[in-house]
Write a protein that binds this ligand. Structure first.
Ligand code: PAF
Length: 286
């Protein structure tokens, strides 16, 4: 038997027992979308994709302290559970799991955690030490708690997606991982909960990130060096403070050489005002 979808009536669960009750009986196919809340149309695109795949769609909302560094924005990370529930109700989600920190980490910070390996050492990993270990640890826990057939992640957090795929493969986690393309505003800015921190002027400057990525991707037919050069030139003329710009193999996260051909991800991180933004585009190098 499968859970009927009841738009307007997702079951809100906050404890493990409530979650187990809401997941029973097991549907033919369950999908999970893990979020930190402050939902936007990018998250809703994941829900829409999940609804096409699964009989039961579960959304988790949990701002995971383990993935924030001591000087990062854990305290000011946007939180709006009521707003999120309204959006998820309209999107036809079946179950929402919004636990407290004590429910997820009943013994305090976990002693045993997942190591992101090389993914935790380069690019986002280098800029945010421990971040991807914290992400993978909570993702694995939530996969165990929700027991989905498929988990959906946005391409927007490309390195997170790569690391999750690798964890699932290396640790034989029985779940399929689907990626959903980044949702952008009409001016190209990738949707992100952190866009809420941008002033109107910063919001305009932030469009320089996607504009640079598109300028780079337009040179994909000319090889990796041409892509890097076009992206760097566009970033320079936008006057953005870039933390990293990388063109990497999507499986190994290694920088690709100029003779590389195949799938790659052009990724960057930049600071706009006091807000750190990341963005990327997948492309095929020839
Ligand atoms: O992408 C996010 O929102 C978070 O990193 C995730 C996957 C929900 C883990 O906390």
């Amino acid at each position: 038997m499968t859970h009927a979808r009841r738009p307007g009536h997702p079951v809100l669960t906050t404890t493990r027992d409530e979650l187990v009750a809401a997941l029973t009986p097991a549907p033919a196919r369950r999908a999970v979308i893990m979020t930190m809340g402050a939902l936007h149309p990018g998250h809703l695109a994941l829900v829409e994709h999940a609804r096409r795949l699964a009989d039961q769609v579960v959304v988790t909302i949990f701002v995971n302290p383990l993935q924030f560094g001591p000087a990062e924005d854990l305290d000011r990370y946007p939180r709006d559970l009521q707003g999120d529930l309204t959006l998820l109700a309209a999107a036809g989600v079946d179950v929402v799991f919004a636990p407290t920190v004590e429910v997820v980490y009943p013994d305090g910070d976990p002693t045993v955690t997942v190591s992101a390996g090389i993914f935790g050492e380069v690019l986002e990993g280098a800029a945010r030490p421990g971040h991807l270990d914290g992400v993978l640890t909570v993702v694995l826990k939530l996969l165990h708690l929700v027991r989905p057939d498929v988990a959906l992640f946005g391409q927007k957090d490309a390195q997170q997606l790569m690391a999750v795929r690798r964890m699932v493969r290396d640790l034989d986690v029985p779940v399929r991982i689907d990626a959903v393309p980044t949702v952008r505003d009409s001016d190209g800015l990738a949707l992100s909960s952190r866009n809420a921190f941008l002033s109107p002027e910063d919001r305009v400057r932030a469009c320089g990130l996607s504009a640079a990525l598109f300028a780079g991707a337009a040179r994909a037919g000319s090889g990796a060096d041409a892509v890097r050069a076009a992206t760097a030139a566009a970033l320079r003329s936008a006057g953005l403070e870039v933390e990293y710009l990388a063109l990497v193999d999507p499986v190994t996260v290694a920088e690709v050489g100029d003779r590389y051909s195949g799938e790659a991800v052009l990724a960057l991180a930049a600071r706009v005002g006091s807000t750190r933004l990341i963005d990327n585009v997948p492309l095929t190098l020839r």
